[in-house]
Design a protein around this ligand. Structure first.
Ligand code: SF4
Length: 360
């Protein structure tokens, strides 16, 4: 049986440069090939007419080109606010599946993308965590999610493109930081099909401290959102057992203070309100104390139910009381409306029954 050729889409630009050097080619060829793959969307090496025939032949003997395929599309419509959310299921070269979500609004077209197949952290409220970690996504697989969503946008509304990216899909982005940064460069700084500003990109994390420090030093201008869900160490451990024990709140708070001091970029503290668990005024007080030590805004979100879980969302009256306490404590608080719950596209819902069934 012949071994399948590696997928060239999985190489970073630097890895492509190393491959060119092994093939005896100058480094600028790697840039040309990368552009043909990610800017011109070449599906075959024969499309790369800028390259000599001998090199195209060499490339097709060494690599294959595989792009994730959209195998399912789901759409939900929230009549109350005239809001549509779309979710796609993408099949990867090894038959693994990931989900990506398009969140349109009048001013923005936000792509919510996955960074891993599954996730190792197993937070109690999250469907993705139930899958365990299968693998990291390559930079190409991350980039292609954005392109796939962008194709949907331009097919429906010619002239519009993705304007914002949030790494809040399946997986923990800061366990795959290299590929996240590579994808951000392809989608932004390299000036290919998009030239998306880093300020329009939000990386979400459960608080992987060494990687937060690395992002702070990297000079990236992206935004950081930290899924906190409780500012009480014990409670946080009950909700996010692995992440909370590995990255305790006292260290996380210190690292966020250093991050905001060195970047000047405020952090978003994401807090999912769970009825009877983290929604009391004492919880709000603990959260206010934790959040005062660094530049931040607090984003309250409602729990979106997933199957086989006993957790419940709070009432809007309870949310308003919680929010008011924080506002009175001098904090900047926003409430994130959840869209796409009917298609399991909202926060914590990715890795749906359809995905589990498809992967069985
Ligand atoms: S909430 Fe995020 S970190 Fe936790 S299990 Fe889900 S994907 Fe992983």
């Amino acid at each position: 049986m012949t071994t399948p050729l590696p997928n060239i889409m999985d190489l970073t630009l630097k890895e492509l440069q190393q491959s060119m050097s092994l093939l005896g080619e100058p480094s600028f060829r790697a840039t040309q090939i990368h552009q043909w793959l990610f800017s011109h969307h070449a599906t075959s090496f024969d499309n790369m007419t800028i390259l000599a025939l001998a090199l195209r032949t060499k490339l097709s003997e060494t690599f294959t080109i595989f792009r994730p395929e959209v195998v399912e599309r789901y759409e939900s419509f929230d009549e109350a606010c005239d809001h549509r959310t779309e979710k796609i299921l993408l099949k990867l070269s090894d038959n693994n599946l990931v989900e990506s979500v398009l969140i349109p609004s009048e001013e923005r077209m936000t792509a919510c993308v996955s960074s891993q197949v599954g996730c190792p952290f197993q937070c109690s409220f999250c469907a993705t965590g139930k899958m365990g970690l299968r693998r990291n996504l390559s930079a190409g697989e991350i980039t292609e999610q954005v392109y796939a969503l962008n194709n949907m946008v331009s097919a429906k509304e010619p002239g519009r493109t993705i304007t914002n990216i949030v790494f809040m899909g399946m997986g923990e982005p800061l366990l795959n930081t290299d590929n996240i940064i590579e994808a951000i460069e392809t989608l932004g700084t390299r000036n290919y099909r998009f030239s998306l500003s880093q300020r329009k990109v939000t990386i979400s994390t459960v608080g992987v401290i060494p990687e937060i420090q690395r992002i702070a030093k990297s000079g990236l201008k992206t935004k950081l959102a930290v899924s906190l869900h409780s500012a009480d160490q014990q409670k946080r451990e009950s909700l996010m057992p692995i992440a909370a024990k590995q990255y305790p709140l006292k260290d996380l708070g210190k690292s966020l203070a250093e991050y905001t001091a060195s970047t000047g970029i405020p952090v978003t503290i994401v807090y999912m309100l769970l009825k009877g668990i983290n929604d009391s005024l004492d919880d709000a007080k603990t959260l206010a104390r934790f959040s005062r030590s660094f530049l931040c805004k607090i984003n309250l979100i409602d729990y979106n139910s997933i199957i086989n879980m006993n957790l419940r969302p709070v009432t809007s009256a309870a949310r308003e009381l919680f929010q008011q306490y924080l506002v009175n404590a001098g904090l900047h608080v926003t409430v994130r409306k959840s869209y796409g719950t009917t298609i399991n596209a909202a926060c914590g819902q990715l890795a749906t029954p359809s995905l589990h069934a498809a992967q069985r």
